[in-house]
Write a protein that binds this ligand. Structure first.
Ligand SMILES: [Zn+2]
Length: 117
């Protein structure tokens, strides 16, 4: 599941949440958010820089693991979870999937969509 980042269209309007950017986990089939769920201000989607960090060759998985570790040590649970999630889907690595769920939970994300699958 990709994480999308949103921010207020107008940097002078909106609440703390959308002015400072917020993350939302959405399925690919879901419509992107048009407004901030907290204040209703119009928001735009920002492509998460994480999208480009997944390497295609298996030789890169070590550096991906290192990156996950570094996200974890910085408390960036959303990014750590997303990276672990995407990597686990590619490598079919169950322990990595659990690590992703764990990271999502630590970040306060709702992981119900995983448990239903
Ligand atoms: Zn807002």
């Amino acid at each position: 599941m990709p994480i999308y980042e949103y921010e207020s269209l107008d940097p002078n309007k909106g609440c703390q949440k959308c002015i400072n950017r917020f993350e939302a986990i959405q399925s690919i089939n879901e419509m992107p958010l048009a407004t901030c769920p907290s204040c209703g201000q119009k928001v735009k989607k920002i492509i998460s820089w994480c999208q480009g960090t997944i390497g295609e060759s298996s030789g890169e998985s070590n550096s991906i693991l290192n990156r996950i570790k570094s996200f974890e040590s910085q408390g960036q649970w959303g990014h750590a979870g997303e990276l672990a999630d995407r990597q686990s889907e590619k490598t079919k690595d169950k322990s990595l999937k659990e690590r992703a769920l764990d990271n999502y939970k630590k970040g306060g994300y709702n992981t119900d969509w995983h448990e239903k699958q």
